[in-house]
Design a protein around this ligand. Structure first.
Ligand code: ATP
Ligand code: MG
Length: 311
């Protein structure tokens, strides 16, 4: 596991204004570390930590499942090609598939637009014992919708709601919603995968140059990229307003996939381990009945052996 003080560097302190200018998606803000050990060595260590973490994550998930008290909601937000899918694949490989769900949120359907903006996300929340991953989330309603205010035309909002305070009100709705969830046993982890505009260009070009990756390229990727600066401002505002004690944001440097995957898996594993869970305690009566079951099964084996010998 990575030490907590180091991981905390990636957490956005509640009340502190986030400024992407101060954070390097290539991890140069932690250049001391890269300089001291060299990038190749840090990469090798990160991969080792990831493998070990996936084991610990599996154990932590087992406890989460057995104790049936908390659910974990992992929110992934990022610009296109930042590596959300890769993170999901890696983290999922350390989880029991029965207890893990992934939900991808695209543009809302007419049915979804007939409800309050949080409705479709509420329906997809993880049950106790499970880990739910939201690949995009209700944050799109203060990100994509803020960058494209024309989307509001489809949201059938009552008069007066579409005021200058709309975004502030939505941040507040989100904070209250998340407070409600955490009070009721849903642990929330929010990750923004931070890539540079240049790294996105490289990754999109790679998709265009490689026929096996053509399917990953969407016609919408370039039009959205054209709004890069507006998205960055929308992200800064939304993350600043919604990084709370109960549901903090982590801004994860994502230009290197080995770094982002290791960091996300580590925060997730550490958070579940930090819940102090234990396997459910059994009552003395239950212990006795398990003993009886054991004696019965052992006797069955003895009878079978006796029958086999006397036949
Ligand atoms: P990938 O590109 O890896 O397949 P993706 O999450 O980018 O995954 P897309 O189908 O490319 O999936 O994009 C989904 C689009 O839906 C994004 O542009 C996103 O901003 C948009 N979207 C998601 N939620 C909302 C929402 N509530 N309102 C408006 N647009 C939304
Ligand atoms: Mg996309």
């Amino acid at each position: 596991m990575i030490n907590k003080a180091f991981l905390n560097k990636f957490m956005v302190k509640p009340g502190k204004k986030l400024a992407f200018d101060e954070l390097d998606p290539g991890w140069a803000s932690h250049k001391d570390l890269l300089d001291k050990f060299g990038e190749e060595r840090v990469k090798k260590i990160a991969k080792k930590i990831l493998t070990r973490n996936l084991d610990s994550l599996n154990q932590a998930h087992n406890l989460l499942w057995a104790s049936d008290t908390y659910g974990v909601l992992v929110i992934l937000q990022a610009m296109d090609a930042a590596g959300k899918d890769g993170i999901i694949r890696h983290v999922m490989s350390g989880l029991n598939p029965q207890g893990c769900m992934v939900h991808n949120f695209k543009k809302p359907t007419p049915d979804e637009l007939d409800h309050n903006f949080l409705w479709r996300y509420m329906r997809a929340l993880p049950q106790r014992g499970r880990i739910g991953i939201f690949n995009r989330s209700y944050y799109e309603d203060v990100l994509a919708v803020k960058v494209h205010p024309e989307f509001l035309d489809f949201q059938k909002l009552p008069p007066g709601v579409r005021s200058e305070n709309l975004w502030k009100h939505r941040y507040s709705d989100i904070n209250h919603f998340e407070k409600h969830l955490t009070r009721n046993g849903i642990v929330i982890l929010k990750f923004y995968l931070h890539i540079s505009k240049d790294e996105q260009r490289r990754r999109l070009l790679d998709r265009l140059n490689n026929p096996a990756k053509h399917w990953k390229f969407s016609d919408n990727d370039l039009p959205e990229r054209a709004h890069w600066d507006k998205y960055m401002t929308a992200y800064e505002d939304a993350i600043t307003a919604t990084s709370t004690e109960w549901a903090p944001w982590y801004v994860i440097p994502a230009n290197h996939k080995w770094a982002s995957r290791t960091l996300v898996a580590d925060v997730l594993t550490g958070t579940i381990a930090g819940l102090g869970l234990d396997f459910p305690k059994i009552t003395p009566e239950r212990k006795k009945s398990l003993e009886r079951a054991k004696i019965q099964l052992e006797a069955e084996a003895e009878e079978n052996t006796e029958e086999g010998l006397s036949a």
